[in-house]
Design a protein around this ligand. Structure first.
Ligand code: FAD
Ligand code: PYC
Length: 405
């Protein structure tokens, strides 16, 4: 079957790192690659390296369940995620790469009166911010997802949902590959299999990184976008971040015929599911409660997740699960990201996206690129400074986070 599959063109170069760059980005996930792309495209800074310890897009970008939505409660978060949503809507054309963005809608179910009040509040806030959203009752939910048990006979009957029609899913690998190819074409060096083991400073300013495989690489500015490893990188630079790193698991079933054409999330029974274009049911729930760097997770979380899915969808009870995995998510106390300068001059961090950063990929890269180019936070990034934990101006998005953490 693989005959004639030869002489494929490389999607990007495999360059040797230079001694010095204008900007070094640590972390070749979706966010790091998007940052490099927008730096080159919008700010004309092309002397950039993205340094990745494994392979491009092999971290949480590869491990996530691809839900994209912008229905966050507070203005600051809603504006940031909606900025990303607008970029998603033109991304395949912009990158000339099909990221398979599918706006099939996302339902966040409510199972109690308090859930429904929270949903009403969030949808009203969204609409005031120009973000699409509707409050649905149980009958309307069951019209969208007829295979879900919306009867009164369940432990926690579905009372309604928030519905964001423009939300949906995208193909995670394609997002990384599309940004990588486009950044490479603009001259960005993508350095894989190169681990940063130290951040070099002089007189309180970052001057470069030490790598395991290629020694010292100097830079005028450094942006760290390493998701679950953010605290490790911050320690190298001599400061602490208000982050906890937890495993977050997901699993997929054997492929089945098309049966679910939207995304269903329930914070109450606590599980979520969509169906991929291959036919697998893509399933997940909340973080594992312990902290650590092992990309696995524990059995009770899997059991709890499947219990929730079967409760909502008894029709799935005999579908076999094919694969399970975990990623490490860096969670902030207010369930919002950090896009920020740091106590070290010329060193910037973009992290703390926790369980929900995939949806932000283009927006995060876009505002972080502007932040790195100008040396000061993009307007949309300003509320997400790490120093908000000093002055208390937190943005509590636990309710909209989608999965509990
Ligand atoms: P990553 O893709 O993890 O990239 C960081 C990169 O940094 C990695 O490739 C890593 O190898 C590299 N790195 C780390 N340390 C070093 C070093 N020392 N030197 C060099 N490179 C280094 N979000 C959503 O919006 N919707 C979802 O449905 C969703 N589902 C999820 C499901 C699961 C199971 C998980 C784990 C996460 C989920 N997320 C979801 C969250 C989302 O995956 C992340 O927020 C997002 O992918 C983070 O992107 P990133 O580019 O910052 O991180
Ligand atoms: O943030 O929407 C989200 C999400 C869904 C699954 C994991 N995170």
């Amino acid at each position: 079957a693989l005959s004639y599959h030869e002489n494929w063109q490389r999607a990007w170069r495999n360059p040797k790192p230079k001694k010095k760059y204008d900007v070094v980005i640590v972390g070749g996930g979706g966010h790091g690659l998007a940052t490099a792309y927008y730096l080159a495209k919008e700010h004309k800074i092309t002397n950039i390296a993205v340094i990745e310890k494994g392979y491009l897009g092999g971290g949480n970008t590869a491990r996530n369940t691809t839900i994209v939505r912008s229905n966050y409660l507070w203005d600051e978060a809603a504006h940031l995620y909606e900025h990303a949503m607008k970029l998603w809507e033109g991304l395949s054309q912009d990158l000339n790469y099909n990221v398979m963005f599918s706006q099939r809608g996302v339902l966040n179910l409510g199972h109690t009166l308090q859930d429904m009040r929270d949903i009403e509040r969030r949808v009203n806030a969204n609409r005031l911010n120009g973000i699409d959203g509707e409050v649905l009752d149980a009958k309307q939910v069951s019209e969208i997802v007829p295979i879900m048990d919306c009867s009164d006979n369940t432990r926690y009957p579905v009372m309604g949902a928030s519905w964001q029609p423009r939300a949906g899913v995208a193909r995670h690998d394609a997002v990384a590959w599309g940004f990588a190819r486009a950044a490479d074409q603009l001259g960005v060096d993508l350095i894989q299999q190169c681990e940063v083991i130290d951040i070099l400073t002089e007189d309180g300013a970052a001057i470069g990184v030490e790598t395991k495989q290629h020694g010292t690489i100097h830079a005028d500015r450094i942006g760290c976008v390493v998701a679950g490893n953010s605290s490790v990188l911050a320690k190298m630079a001599g400061f602490k971040l208000p982050l906890e790193s937890h495993p977050l698991q997901a699993l997929v079933s054997e492929p089945i015929k098309p049966i679910l054409d939207t995304v269903v999330m329930s914070n109450h029974v606590h599980g979520y599911v969509s169906q991929s274009d291959k036919g697998d049911l893509v399933i997940g729930a909340g973080i594992d409660g312990y902290t650590g760097y092992g990309q696995r997770g524990s059995y009770p979380t899997i059991e709890h997740t499947i219990q929730a899915i079967v409760e909502l969808f008894p029709i799935f009870s005999r579908v076999r699960m094919n694969r399970q995995w975990g990623g490490i998510v860096d969670t902030c106390p207010d369930a919002c990201p950090i896009i920020s300068d740091t106590p070290v001059e010329n060193l910037f961090f973009n992290c703390g996206w926790g369980t929900g950063g995939f949806k932000a990929t283009p927006g995060s890269g876009n505002v972080f690129a502007a932040t790195l180019a100008k040396g000061e936070a993009h307007e949309l990034a300003k509320p997400f400074s790490m120093f908000r934990f000093h002055d208390g101006s937190l943005i509590d998005e636990h309710g909209a986070a989608g999965v509990a953490h």
